[in-house]
Design a protein around this ligand. Sequence first.
Ligand SMILES: *Cc1c(COP(=O)(O)O)cnc(C)c1O
Length: 462
Amino acid sequence: MTTENRSLYSQLPATDRLLRDPLFSPLLTRFGHSRVVDILRQLLDEAREAIRENHMLPDWCDDWLNAASERLALDEQSALRPVFNLSGTVLHSNLGRALQSEAAIEAVAQVMRSPVTLEYDLDGAGRGHRDRALAALLCRITGAEDACIVNNNAAAVLLMLAATAPGKEVVVSRGELVEIGGAFRIPDVMRQAGCILHEIGTTNRTHPKDYRNAVNENTGLLMKVHTSNYSIQGFTTSVDEATLAELGRELDIPVVADLGSGTLVDLSEYGLPKEPTPQEMIAAGVSLVSFSGDKLLGGPQAGIIVGKRELIARIQQHPLKRALRVDKMTLAALDATLRLYLHPEKLRESLPTLRLLTRPAEEITAQAERLLPLLAERYPEFDVRLAPCESQIGSGSLPVNRLPGAALTLTPRDGRGSRLDALAAQWRALPVPIIGRIGDGSLWLDLRCLEDESRFLEMVLK
Ligand SMILES: *Cc1c(COP(=O)(O)O)cnc(C)c1O
């Protein structure tokens, strides 16, 4: 050990002395003795390493109280950090998909605080059925006979297949053998559910006769899967749900549909591209329809199955239902979200997903114009510009349709890509991190989802 290092080591305080220091007592009260000791040991280790490696004390050694406070505050941060989603994807799966409505947030808080009639029938003082109240609401909105709610749409598809066609063949067009991302692929789910996949048609063309020819004594279901994250264009044909439902009735085989995203309104009325709705499927005679709660519907993560009473009864009784059921918080959020659909005139205001998807391009552009000079002044090493952009809906909804809006782009004046990465990293390290997108040598901030402008400015002008 060099003499120089020895004198540096001797400047390190003893943990005991720091803990006895009255200045540390608020920290001890707030975080507890053992956590403060842990953090101090960690800091001391780092200081010793800095002496060993660099023959110097780290800067923060001037103020151990401040260093410990900062470290403890960092340690206190939740694993789920709120961020600004300026990525250009509204329903971003990695950022938690749909933002919940105020009504849903209040409803969740309420059921968290209080015992609730989750499986308790107030009339008979007996045990009710967990999905009962929501099933009535879902039937009212979709026209179905009954409903079942599970953890997500992947679970809904698995359960729907396992409960209604165990050991049987399920007929699906080759154009609809979807992979959603993660490990959700229709052929794999089929196997896990104990069903036998019977592929028909070709990637681009499937006809009614393909379904008819595939049917045999072991056919359990005819299935449609919505191609929600891709589109097949050109020389194509597929069999729509109404035609398939008619065929199913004729052959006495249930027809099921995985709708993917589950919008409950005609999106074209809001100036958005049309997506099929569960109510249209039910009206067309489809026996069971499944969809997500947190895609276009704008509610919590959930999988919803609506359809025929006797098929839903089989699903409710299947052991997997118990494994895949949702908790009271999900049910409360979903209940509050569905109730917003009973007042469609207010939906654009009350449902954040719809509000963000329908934000007019002019409004986003005006916001960009307001923010541009402030960012340009704060980041002189970047050329800050307003650029028209097209946001994505996300989560495999309406894959080919884009929403016109506006972005701010920051381009390094010296053309160095490392500056972009550094800026992106700096923004990710903010108390409320800003998530943008790097493309074409610039950092893009798509402003479609920027609602709390003053908090954003607080972060970005820091
Ligand atoms: C998104 C999607 C799923 C999976 O839904 P999750 O709610 O994410 O589990 C399944 N099928 C289709 C067609 C989808 O679009």
